[in-house]
Design a protein around this ligand. Structure first.
Ligand SMILES: [Zn+2]
Ligand SMILES: [Zn+2]
Length: 157
């Protein structure tokens, strides 16, 4: 799967399926996207390969106080992924709307629904939590295994 920004100078290729896809309804994501929620597919950093220009990394405040690094096209400034302090540089939160086929990554879970805009109605049966969740309870066995490998690699570096 490939994707990129609007001016097409920044292109990326993703390998495999995301670890999980979050629809985040927090106010911060609402402000940063200008819409009702962010839609992020989580990938190990080495599964997100840049094909064209390298992104510009923009330090952006986050509710934790520890900041978020948002990767943007150096020309048109569209955001394509970000790093949050909790997961660090190892995990890229890829903006699903920048994928060439965004329909292929519907949310696995809706988070921070405590601040969901009231007119947004979630599909019946959708997994949703008022704030965040325990990874061990929500991630697939395959994704948890990928996380274990990622952590092992991080310790070796
Ligand atoms: Zn661009
Ligand atoms: Zn959010």
């Amino acid at each position: 799967m490939e994707g990129g920004c609007t001016c097409r100078k920044l292109r990326y290729r993703l390998s495999g399926r995301p670890l999980i896809v979050h629809a985040c309804h927090c106010r911060w994501c609402q402000r940063e996207t200008g819409t009702v929620h962010a839609l992020n597919a989580l990938y190990e950093a080495d599964r997100v390969v840049h094909l064209g220009d390298e992104p510009e990394i923009v330090d952006t405040p986050s509710p934790s106080g520890r900041g978020q690094k948002i990767a943007r096209c150096p020309s048109c400034k569209v955001a394509i992924w970000s790093n949050y302090s909790q997961a660090g540089a190892a995990v890229r939160f890829v903006r699903v709307g920048t994928m060439d086929d965004p329909d292929s990554c519907p949310p696995d879970i809706h988070i921070f629904t405590s601040s969901k805009q009231p007119w947004v109605v979630l599909p019946p049966g959708a997994r949703a939590v008022p704030e965040f969740y325990e990874l061990d309870a929500m991630w697939s066995a395959e994704s948890l295994e990928r996380r274990r490998i990622m952590r092992e690699r991080a310790q070796r570096q």
